[in-house]
Design a protein around this ligand. Structure first.
Ligand code: F1P
Length: 609
């Protein structure tokens, strides 16, 4: 009865993290999840089980009717989804001079990009002009690489939005910040609030409003909490909307790419799909339609995690590759290729990974990406995402330590997949397939020979509907793939020892949110004060034993810029704080122990005696 046991564990965990004193005053999105406390010591099977349970929390209903936190299925959340979907419908019916802008930072911006393209494609099928646009902090470079610094600028956000919407008369703006924390999005929402004759702003995030970020933003008179409160006031008259169900703490504390990204995709797709169906099929936008849509996504969760064994196998293989200084490559087709590129790009800030560790490539490269700024490959190897780049730069040196994961669906030209697999096979036997087929259309039987049965194949029930159903199926495949890839990259980094308990101890402190998160972690593990933690972090970041006055008084933005060039900053600061050793000794200690988690753990345990 693993299902029941899982439910009991989830209920117990929720009772724990929902209690008012639990890791107060951290917002839900920054708390650590009781379900994943020991994930750093788990094997692949156990990692999958823990992730499955944490992800199931996204769909958790209200535990009690008067529960403090609103959930995805809560009445008030569903009502807002209905209201926003109706706004989508209005814009689709009068698209002239109208725009729907999706925006965010990091993962949130990447999802904004993905969905804006998909829904424009749906419109094209109906011979309608594009209505969607996206903005992402840091521009298109941030689709493929971590550009965390622009996230801190409200004025940049406002400026980019103004440029995107020039000349438009009606704009539905949907700003995503999973932690209700990004100043870039705050600036955009504020711009909308100052121009309500044109804009209807919507904020998506996964904390209650009173947990929205309240610390002052450099060079700006407002905070995100204040903006959220202004929007809540306007919500009564339906002039602004705040969609902020709680989905529980992340499996890896603060890693909003996981559940945050998932819930963003579910919420946005649900409300956009309903808007589209209302126009193209004349279906009603009501509570039941929203609930049905979310339930479909819940089924995707069940289908995906029914492949526990296969998923654990891939995690194990990918983990061995990373442990042996090998690499993991995702080779994907169409939007599943983009899912691979997104997942790979997130490993750098999350786990302090090198960009070579996990990389994504897609068939067609930039011509398939369809991003605003076009081909970015001239910016450097990190921007070379075409499968052709894989063939020319990676394949010649591919070896047995590397794992290559093919991500495709039954809609692809299978001969293409087969040809590429043949080329890879001549270099490594670590080939894996992640593939989606449906009742009406199955893969040829030789798929088993090609991938030596290392296949994670999901067979979906197809609804014999119209083109929109085809799109909906692809959206489900994308979500399923997101869960699978998040599990692979997280699991492989856990096996490599990049996670301590359920914290990303080797994160890059490249913006103010991550900077504060890092100091919070130092406090938690060593019991030091905020100031002691900050000083140790800065010493590790600038690699100095003594901080200069200039370093102490500089803005956080200067520190976060410097963080790009530094390595193992948080682990170094931890060792310094715990043992009282010098920065160079701490660095030497970490170099000796190749596994960051073990080095940190040994130091923390010895400090306690
Ligand atoms: C945005 C974000 C994350 C990224 C990292 C830094 O977060 O860029 O996507 O993984 O944690 O922040 P949010 O504004 O959606 O909370």
């Amino acid at each position: 009865m693993p299902g029941h046991q899982g439910e009991t564990r989830r209920t117990r965990a929720a009772q724990e993290w929902e209690s008012p004193g639990y890791e107060s005053p951290l917002p839900v999105t920054e708390k650590s999840n009781p379900l994943s406390r020991d994930i750093d010591r788990a094997g692949p099977q156990q990692i999958v089980r823990v992730l499955q349970e944490c992800d199931a929390e996204v769909f958790q209903g209200d535990l009690q009717t008067d529960a403090e936190y609103k959930r995805l299925y809560s009445e008030s959340v569903v009502q807002i989804l209905v209201n926003v979907a109706k706004r989508v419908k209005t814009i689709l019916k009068e698209p002239e001079n109208s725009l729907i802008v999706l925006s965010g930072c990091g993962t949130s911006g990447r999802i904004a990009f993905l969905l804006s393209n998909t829904f424009n494609r749906i419109l094209a099928r109906h011979q309608q002009k594009p209505v969607y646009s996206y903005t992402i902090a840091g521009g298109d470079k941030a689709l493929l690489t971590s550009q965390e610094a622009p996230e801190d600028s409200p004025s940049l956000g406002a400026q980019v939005l103004e440029e995107t919407c020039a000349g438009k008369k009606h704009v539905l703006f949907i700003g995503i910040s999973c932690g209700l924390s990004a100043p870039f999005v705050a600036g955009q929402l504020d711009f909308c609030l100052n121009n309500l004759d044109i804009f209807t702003p919507v904020l998506i995030g996964f904390n209650p409003a009173h947990m929205a970020r309240a610390e002052p933003i450099q060079g700006w008179p407002h905070t995100l909490r204040e903006v959220t409160e202004r929007m809540l006031d306007l919500q009564r008259g339906q002039r602004a909307f705040v969609l902020n169900p709680v989905v529980g703490p992340e499996a890896i504390s603060g890693s909003s790419r996981m559940k945050g990204g998932t819930a963003t995709k579910v919420l946005l797709e649900s409300l956009l799909l309903l808007g589209h169906r209302a126009v193209h099929r004349h279906s009603e936008i009501n509570h039941q339609a929203v609930l049905d849509c979310i339930r479909d996504y819940e089924t995707v969760h069940e289908m995906t995690y029914s492949k526990t064994e296969e998923l654990a196998d891939v995690i194990g293989t990918a983990g061995i590759s990373l442990q042996n200084q090998g690499h993991v490559y995702y080779l994907g087709w169409k939007t599943l290729g983009i899912m691979g590129i997104i997942d790979a790009s997130e490993c750098i800030p999350t786990f302090g990974a090198d960009f070579e560790d996990i990389r994504g490539f897609m068939s067609g490269g930039f011509s398939e990406m369809n991003n605003k700024e076009g081909d970015l490959s001239s910016l450097g190897p990190q921007f070379c995402i075409d499968q052709k780049d894989f063939l020319s730069t990676i394949l010649p040196n591919l070896g047995e330590n590397d794992t290559v994961i093919f991500i495709f669906t039954v809609d692809e030209d299978f001969a293409d997949v087969e040809k590429l697999a043949g080329q890879v096979k001549s270099k490594t036997s670590n080939l894996q397939a992640i593939c989606h087929e449906h009742g009406g259309c199955r893969f040829p039987v030789n798929i088993n020979n090609i991938f030596a049965s290392k296949i994670l194949r999901i067979t979906w029930t197809s609804s014999a509907g119209d083109a929109e159903d085809g799109f909906f199926m692809r959206l489900q495949w994308e979500l399923s793939t997101k869960w699978i890839l998040n599990a692979i990259s997280t699991g492989a980094h856990i096996l490599k020892g990049k996670v301590y308990k359920n914290y990303m101890i080797d994160l890059k402190v490249t913006n103010s949110k991550l900077y504060r998160r890092a100091i919070g972690m130092l406090q938690r593990f060593t019991g030091c004060s905020w100031m002691q933690g900050e000083r140790a972090l800065l010493r590790a970041l600038y690699r100095v034993e003594e901080l200069t006055e200039e370093m102490i008084t500089a803005d956080v933005s200067r520190h976060t810029q410097a963080a790009n060039a530094s390595d193992k900053v948080v682990p170094t600061a931890l060792v310094v704080l715990q043992t009282g050793c010098s920065v160079s000794e701490a660095q030497a200690h970490l170099r000796e122990g190749s596994v960051v988690r073990d080095a940190v753990e040994a130091c923390l345990t010895s400090g306690r005696h």
